[in-house]
Design a protein around this ligand. Structure first.
Ligand code: A2P
Length: 288
């Protein structure tokens, strides 16, 4: 259980990852990304999540540098894009991301999307080949931890069977209204740390009346309730905001505890705020 903003998840290789990270999906490249990343670090975030596919790595890196906080005091994640599958392309893609970020190592590198059967009958081989690149980068010390994103149990079983290093992380969509308990359980049993992308359902659950009622009981905002909902399951939360007040308020989630009864009500909510990006259902351009 995470009890403070400075608490960390300990990955299977011993690397520590701060339990709340600052998400940058849908944050426009340029001044918005640069300023909001700098603000997030200034107010106390030490874990920043970006991706080659977000198109904002260079601005995220600039924001990190402008914050003045030492690189070794930060946990930086980026993700490998679907166009770069395969061993050689993976090595080059990581190098490009490091250049964009203007950094010489990553704390965490993730396969953004699994290759799936509808994309290629050779999906297992393609994922394993990409992962061989990840293992090489990890062994060379370019990356402190390696993992995946949006992988379902079948994708992970295949990867684990065809590799030597088990992924340390799976970053998936988790929020009230779509919290994937079976997938989370699978990861926990495998010793794989779960990260929640869109812990606020990209904003789509923030007006939900049940969540508003529960949040009010604790004197918290719905956003804070959603972040707590992930943390209480030992899931690392990656809320995104470009607004300085909201960036700060999303850190203030450690002075209350969702009761078992309220948790059960949230868990029983109908599907709400789902992105549509489940690996087997996602739009082709997210998978190809
Ligand atoms: P904004 O950037 O204007 O704050 P997620 O993290 O699930 O992807 O959700 C991000 C969305 O939720 C963004 O639209 C963001 O808008 C909004 N958001 C983030 N934090 C809060 C908050 N504390 N209160 C209300 N909306 C928020």
């Amino acid at each position: 259980m995470f009890n403070a903003f400075t608490d960390c998840a300990v990955l299977s290789n011993g690397v520590k990852m701060p339990c709340v990270g600052y998400g940058t999906w849908q944050t426009p490249d340029g001044d918005v990304a640069r300023n909001s990343v700098r603000t997030a670090i200034e107010v106390g975030y030490r874990h920043i999540d970006t991706a080659a596919g977000y198109g904002n790595e260079a601005s995220v890196g600039a924001g990190v540098r402008e914050s003045g906080v030492a690189r070794e005091d930060l946990f930086i994640t980026t993700k490998h894009w679907v166009a770069d599958r395969g061993y050689e392309k993976t090595i080059a893609a990581c190098e490009k991301s490091l250049q964009n970020l203007n950094m010489d190592y990553l704390d965490l590198y993730l396969i953004h999307w699994p290759c799936v059967e509808k994309v290629s009958p050779n999906w297992e081989e393609i994922n394993a080949d990409t992962w061989r690149g990840f293992e090489k980068l990890y062994k060379d010390g370019k990356i402190r931890a390696i993992g995946v994103s949006n992988f379902l149990p079948g994708h992970m079983d295949s990867l684990i069977a065809n590799s030597t290093i088990k992924p340390m992380v799976n970053q998936i969509e988790v929020h009230p209204g779509y919290y994937q308990p079976e997938l989370v359980d699978y990861c926990k049993k495998q010793g794989i740390t779960v990260q929640a992308w869109s812990p606020l359902g990209s904003g789509a659950v923030l007006k939900d009346p049940l969540l508003a009622q529960i949040a009010a009981k604790y004197g918290k905002s719905v956003a804070q309730l959603c972040i707590r909902f992930a943390l209480q399951q030992d899931i690392v939360a990656l809320p995104k905001s470009t607004n300085p007040e909201r960036i700060a308020s999303n850190m203030d989630v450690f002075d209350f505890q969702i009761s078992d009864e309220d948790f059960a009500q949230i868990a029983a909510m109908p599907k709400t705020g789902y992105s549509g990006f489940y690996a087997e259902e996602a739009p082709a351009d997210a998978l190809l």
